[in-house]
Design a binder for this molecule. Structure first.
Ligand SMILES: *[C@@H]1O[C@H](CO)[C@@H](O)[C@H](O)[C@H]1NC(C)=O
Ligand SMILES: *[C@@H]1O[C@H](CO)[C@@H](O)[C@H](O)[C@H]1NC(C)=O
Length: 456
């Protein structure tokens, strides 16, 4: 078993340092671990700075219908499909956290690393945007991918690329990609202005595409319903419009967002804040930009409901769904932490966020973030980390093995416990142990927000 060398100092310093921790949790260490998870999910040619010893270049033949280079980006989860939708959502949430809590990121020395994680995603999104009205929304296929269990470096199935265009639109995916690039452009305004401009250019084109050619990716490519759900695209359109407004300050984007908000009931109290439900995010961003009571009221209703109304497990975890339990709790907590200081500080939202983060990091005696604390998931549902060191073969026997994953998937947030706090650390049980790039995103920005709030 190889421990990435870079982790040794992190672990040692966590044990010996007397840095401030909040409620006994070291958010900084957790955030640094989460960055390692994003590194482990990288596809394409890895840079020399790669810290994951058991990963190397992979999926170098990923390409579009005309041979366009589609290498890079992130694998979604245990498997190796690259979903534009979840990659874009994850980058938007990371960028939102980075622009909101920039000083904290700089103070803890993780601004550069998080910007790099975002750029890994946005570089790929730009590659997928091969023409103004053309976007490769997915690379790889669920059925063929799921016949394989092993290392990404050894993928050998065909990986078809699925394109949306004028005839087969996907407003949800195109708008989410626009949101990712717009939010990232704010990150790069100061550190790399040329890149920031490039991000804006692609973002505005993707937004026009999403807005003018309406359709759901699910309808264009029904095969995608195996793994992602989305009912409509109005929230993605408004979300992208607000991000473009924040990035460009062009009032037309604010007007579009406000109009969509009114015409498509975006004031509704949603069930959650998640990759396929951006209502609460829109409400909080509109509130922050325009201080209008209508928007403030909407997000407060949602967050009050999160505090008092949503189902909780006996030990206090917000319970939305058996898949991604912890990720729902983390992203709801994040959006409500964003909503915690409009007119007067809302301590109850901060407390909610702190308690949910505590549950994730160990208040029940178990941490659901791999590598954090003494007791954490040993068998995340994740192919690459289930493989022994080369030259051992890796296949379904490793999937079925009852031993810990030979590689520690540092920083991965697992799906989490059931409605009654029941959890089993079993690789095959994806309901408990699934990991994905979008699960981690809300937690990542939540941790930064808590650090900023508590100056910890
Ligand atoms: C991170 O820092 C390195 C070294 O200073 C620099 O080359 C790189 O551009 C930075 N990355 C980002 C995304 O700012
Ligand atoms: C992929 O690899 C497996 C296992 O080595 C092998 O059985 C299979 O024939 C390969 N498929 C292709 C398309 O090369």
């Amino acid at each position: 078993m190889l421990i990435p060398k870079i982790l040794i100092p992190i672990i040692l310093s966590a044990r010996i340092s007397s840095q401030p921790v909040t409620a006994g949790y070291n958010y900084k260490e957790a955030l640094k671990l989460s960055l390692l998870f994003y590194e482990a999910q990288r596809s394409g040619i890895l840079p020399e700075s790669n810290r994951i010893s058991w990963r190397s270049d992979s999926a170098l033949n990923d390409q579009g219908i005309k041979g366009e280079d589609l290498t890079g980006g992130y694998y979604d989860a245990a498997d190796f499909v690259k979903f534009g939708f979840t990659i874009a959502y994850s980058m938007t949430i990371l960028a939102w956290g980075l622009v909101s809590y920039e000083e904290t990121y700089r103070r803890i020395g993780q601004h550069n690393a998080t910007a790099e994680a975002i750029k890994w995603g946005t570089d790929y999104i730009i590659k997928c945007h091969t023409a103004p009205f053309e976007f490769y929304a997915q690379v790889g296929d669920f059925p063929s991918d799921h016949k394989f269990w092993g290392r990404p470096e050894e993928l050998n199935m065909t990986r078809p690329a699925h394109k949306i265009d004028k005839d087969q639109p996907g407003s949800d995916v195109a708008a989410e990609a626009a949101a990712a690039l717009a939010s990232a452009s704010i990150v790069f305004q100061k550190i790399d202005p040329d890149y920031s401009h490039e991000l804006i250019r692609h973002s505005t084109e993707l937004f026009d595409f999403a807005y003018e050619y309406r359709g759901l990716f699910l309808d264009t490519f029904p095969g995608s319903k195996h793994y992602h759900e989305n009912d409509d695209y109005y929230d993605e359109l408004a979300w992208a419009a607000i991000w473009l407004y924040k990035a460009t300050r062009l009032s037309k984007y604010a007007e579009i967002a406000k109009t969509l908000y009114t015409e498509h009931n975006l004031n509704q109290k949603p069930k959650t804040f998640f990759y396929n439900s951006k209502y609460a995010g829109i409400q909080v961003l509109l509130s922050q930009e325009f201080k209008n009571q209508e928007y403030v009221q909407a997000i407060k209703e949602f967050c009050d409901f999160a505090v008092d109304g949503m189902d909780k497990t006996p030990k206090g975890l917000i319970y939305i769904n058996k898949l991604g339990t912890l990720a729902h709790a983390a992203s709801i907590s994040y959006v409500c932490l964003q909503a915690s200081n409009f007119d007067k500080p809302e301590d109850k939202y901060v407390n909610l966020a702190k308690d949910q983060a505590a549950y994730i990091l160990g208040s029940t005696g178990f941490s659901y973030l791999v590598g954090y604390g003494d007791s954490y998931p040993k068998q995340p549902h994740h192919a690459a980390s289930s493989c022994k060191d080369l030259p051992a073969v890796c296949n379904w026997d490793d999937f079925r093995s009852t031993k810990p994953n030979p590689q520690i998937l540092y920083g991965a947030l697992v799906s989490g416990p059931s409605q009654i706090d029941h959890y089993e650390d079993v690789r095959e049980e994806y309901l408990y142990n699934e990991v994905t790039i979008d699960y981690n995103a809300g937690l990542h920005s939540l941790l930064a927000g808590l650090m900023q709030h508590f100056n910890s």
